[in-house]
Design a protein around this ligand. Structure first.
Ligand SMILES: Cc1cc2nc3c(=O)[nH]c(=O)nc-3n(C[C@H](O)[C@H](O)[C@H](O)COP(=O)(O)O)c2cc1C
Length: 492
């Protein structure tokens, strides 16, 4: 299901009892973080919060602010109009395994899913809600009575006390490959330097950074658009670990079962979703870098200052009734845990296609995405667990996985305590572990140098013949089915 606006999504959350309105003025400097952090730490992720009067330096903003809108399993599913994100995973799996139909029923089923694929294609539109108000910067024009409308008018959070400033935390960033014209949409945080200048925090491994490198090599200005709000499917698509070259907008259209309407930016040669709440248009100048950070990050620590490209704003367009979406990151669990968890569920069929022995996979909250990956497998041959680890380390953003623990298929990887039990009980640390060298998440403070480090895998599966274990693997302690059935009916 597609939401025609971010407001429509928030209304659906409110109707489902998933949203709390806060009508008191609350400061965008630290105060919203403290309220939101308490909410995100409550069981299951708490509720979405709509701050009706966020204040910027003591003045009430013209725009309400929403946070934690995706911060639970249920809200993540609702963002895609589903009961569970597993429904989308099943659909992807069906499409990947589709074979020529053998019956009319097969053909109809294939056609139904084919129709969903048609929705993947975006449509170009001429007018758009996101351009109801157009503010041009750098030309002396702007919204408001004589006052230039700038980034300073948006209720952008200063999240944590040691942050280097205010940061846009839930943006979708649109760029184009200058060689092929292929679009990319990624989520990269945006530090505000002043009303018309920001940082552009695409890390070195990300597609935005690759596009940027090509513009710098060509010595050309790089057009960039930062969108906020609209259908939450856009947000999910931007954070999803899609391979470079796969268009996030196609994926969003497929996921929400409705083509995305795209409109031309006012000042840049880019197209953006017409339903966005805000679009910040601008460019990155080749070679211009500036200190970015520190920022209280999803690692639970402040990431230090580093040089990143500078983004110059040329226009800010928005809906008349725009709502500013944001999140905070920090010590887990936070809203982004649920976003990451949804991505893993949705893309599990793709992992399984590459590694048919994979049964399930989980990235527990404590591992802040990449630090810890649990995988269960149906083991068939010696050292298969190591093959799976090395395969994952070679797959997209799985390259960042610091620790991978492989368990047998009868272990529920969604239950961290069950995995810890198997891991501790089943491994001889030296025999069952391996180290490798790989790129590392730019935000990880532990490696000696940024962006690369060691990674460790544990084979916590039962040892089978051929793996050198000679003692006879013991059985798990379990009650027999008859006694269990008797206990189920026991009334005493
Ligand atoms: C809340 C949130 C904030 C993020 N911030 C950044 C960021 O500042 N820089 C970055 O490179 N990736 C960031 N990411 C991760 C990327 O969005 C993610 O890796 C995405 O797949 C990148 O897209 P790309 O592969 O198209 O570049 C963030 C993810 C989330 C959920």
């Amino acid at each position: 299901m597609a939401y025609p606006s971010y407001a429509a999504f928030l209304k659906a959350l409110e109707d489902a009892g998933e949203l709390r309105r806060i009508s008191e003025p609350v400061a965008t400097e630290l105060q919203i973080t403290e309220i939101a952090n308490r909410e995100m730490k409550s069981p299951g992720g708490g509720k979405a919060l709509l701050f009706e009067k966020p204040t910027i330096n003591g003045k009430v903003s013209a725009f309400p602010l929403a946070i934690n809108a995706l911060g639970s399993k249920r809200r993540m599913a609702m963002a895609l109009g589903l009961e569970s994100v597993d429904q989308l995973a099943s659909q992807l799996e069906f499409l990947m395994k589709a074979k020529p139909p053998k019956s009319f029923k097969d053909a109809l089923k294939l056609l139904r899913n084919g129709i969903d694929l048609i929705h993947a294609r975006p449509r170009s539109v001429k007018s758009a809600p996101c351009q109801e108000v157009v503010n041009l910067l750098g030309k002396g024009e702007g919204g408001g009575e004589g006052e230039l409308f700038t980034l300073d008018h948006l209720p952008i959070l200063k999240c944590w006390p040691q942050d280097g400033g205010r940061f846009i935390t839930l943006p979708t960033v649109y760029t184009k490959d200058p060689d092929t014209g292929e679009r990319n949409v990624g989520m990269y945080r945006i530090q505000i330097y002043d009303g018309a200048t920001t940082g552009m925090h695409w890390q070195v491994h990300k597609v935005g950074a690759r596009h940027g490198k090509r513009y710098y090599e060509r010595g050309e200005k790089m057009p960039v658009a930062i969108c906020l709000g609209g259908d939450p499917a856009f947000t999910l698509a931007a954070t999803a670990p899609l391979p470079d070259g796969i268009d996030e907008i196609l994926f969003a259209g497929f996921a929400r079962k409705k083509s995305v309407d795209l409109v031309k930016c006012v000042t840049q040669p880019l197209e953006v979703p017409a339903e966005s709440d805000f679009v910040i248009e601008g460019y990155v100048q080749p070679g211009e870098m500036r200190a970015e950070g520190p920022f209280g990050d999803h690692t639970g620590f402040y990431t230090p200052v580093d040089d990143y490209p500078v983004f110059h704003v040329t226009a800010i367009t928005h809906r008349k009734e725009a709502i500013y979406p944001c999140t905070i990151v920090g010590i887990p669990p936070m809203e982004d845990f649920y976003m990451g968890q949804a991505s893993v569920r949705i893309f599990l069929p793709i992992f399984k296609m590459n590694f048919p022995e994979i049964v399930d996979m989980a990235l527990p909250a404590e591992g802040t995405f990449h630090n810890l990956v649990f995988v269960s497998i149906r083991k068939q041959y010696p050292w298969q667990a190591f093959k799976v680890m090395h395969g994952l380390w070679g797959m997209g953003q799985m390259m960042f996985a610091k620790y991978i623990v492989v368990v047998d298929e009868d272990c529920d990887v969604q239950n961290t305590s069950e995995v810890l039990f198997r891991w501790m009980a089943n491994t001889d640390p030296q025999r069952d572990s391996t180290f490798t060298k790989n790129p590392m998440d730019s935000l990880d403070h532990a490696p000696t140098v940024p962006n690369m480090g060691s990674h460790m895998g544990f084979d916590a599966t039962k040892k089978i013949p051929g793996e050198g274990y000679t003692r006879g693997w013991p059985d798990l302690v379990k009650m027999d089915p008859e006694t269990k059935a008797w206990a189920d009916g026991f009334k005493g």
